[in-house]
Design a protein around this ligand. Structure first.
Ligand code: ADP
Ligand code: MG
Length: 321
């Protein structure tokens, strides 16, 4: 039987990166991080619970990826540069095969972003994965939810709705050809956090959020905190590759209400239009203008002919769902 400390050492402890911000990593009572002068610490926590956020038989490598990806996505949304992360892990048993795959998926994404796992906690219990991601951002450069202004252009990165399409198919609510399901499921199981874009949007975006619960709901948070409303041209929504083959009604509702996209929704002054396009190119990430902000509260949805559409906000909420 593997002990708690053998488990940590074997799967989660690695030699520190020489030039990174970590002064002390896994193995002591606290980790120590060096924060560059003039920068503030950005902190975000996200928890994944079996049966809530993933199926009991979820592929552990993909789960490791997603556990970190959803947290990096929060750092991206506020324009913070990732520094490191902690992992609080509750496990039913020390299953070596599962731990090997999970930690490999997790640490591969950490390597891709050149950040380290700096500590955590490990207990026995129902499968529960909780990461706290730490990042740094110059004091006045953070892209908050509250900075959007009427007249700003409204943008999203990448594409929307494929994760929702995959989830709906996996729940048996719709049927999807195998090749389409695997295309869509990649978006559900292995989201790509948009950190390069978040950094490139510093000084350009007035507000941003990452889309985890659905565009309408998450945009709603920007609008509430900024005291503005928005108009979305639904024909401009960048829908996922698999979703783009479905009928228009489903395309629209899944792009607007699908969760688990982990794209950025952000606002910027029209004077920054070219700067946004440049940021997208710099980050190798597609950016699409989908509408604009207005003073009148609420979200108005327009079709290709400029007619108003009514689609209810069905974004996900753990306590009302
Ligand atoms: P303490 O009892 O002082 O809180 P622990 O005995 O829980 O410390 O953990 C020992 C060390 O291993 C600490 O440095 C802690 O941060 C780290 N650690 C525990 N669990 C994990 C994990 N799942 N991933 C990475 N580091 C971990
Ligand atoms: Mg502990």
């Amino acid at each position: 039987m593997m002990s708690e400390f053998q488990l940590i050492e074997q799967y989660f402890q690695r030699p520190p990166r020489p030039a990174g911000p970590v002064r002390l990593g896994v193995g002591d009572d606290c980790a120590l991080l060096h924060l560059p002068a003039g920068e503030t610490l950005a902190v975000s926590t996200d928890m994944l619970v079996e049966g809530r956020h993933f199926f009991a038989d979820a592929d552990p490598h993909a789960l490791g990826h997603k556990t970190l990806a959803v947290n990096l996505s929060d750092l991206a949304a506020i324009g913070a540069r990732p520094l490191g992360f902690t992992l609080a892990l509750s496990l039913p048993s020390a299953d070596a095969e599962w731990l090997q795959a999970f930690s490999t998926g997790l640490l591969a994404l950490a390597d891709a972003h050149q950040i380290e796992l700096i500590g955590g906690d490990t207990t026995r219990g129902p499968l529960n994965l909780c990461v706290t991601a730490l990042g740094s951002v110059p004091e006045n450069a953070a892209i908050r939810r509250s900075g959007a202004r009427p007249g700003d252009e409204l943008w999203v990165s990448g594409s929307l709705g494929d994760a929702k399409l995959a989830l709906t198919a996996l729940l048996g609510e719709i049927s999807l050809a195998a090749d389409q399901l695997s295309l869509a499921a990649a978006r559900l199981h292995r989201p790509t956090p948009r950190n390069a874009l978040g950094l490139a949007l510093r000084g350009i975006a007035t507000a941003a959020i990452d889309i985890s619960d659905g565009l309408l709901g998450d945009l709603g948070h920007i609008l509430t905190q900024s005291g503005t409303g928005a108009v979305i041209q639904t024909d401009q929504l960048p829908v996922g590759l698999a979703l783009s083959r479905r009928e228009p009604e489903q395309r629209r509702t899944f792009a607007l209400n699908g969760g688990d996209d982990y794209e950025l929704c952000f606002c910027a002054s029209p004077s920054q239009h070219d700067a946004v396009l440049h940021a997208g190119r710099q980050a190798h990430t597609a950016v699409t203008r989908i509408g604009h902000l207005r003073a009148e509260p609420g979200i108005q949805l327009l079709d290709a002919n400029g007619q108003t559409l009514t689609i209810t906000n069905q974004s996900f909420d753990h306590f009302t769902a």
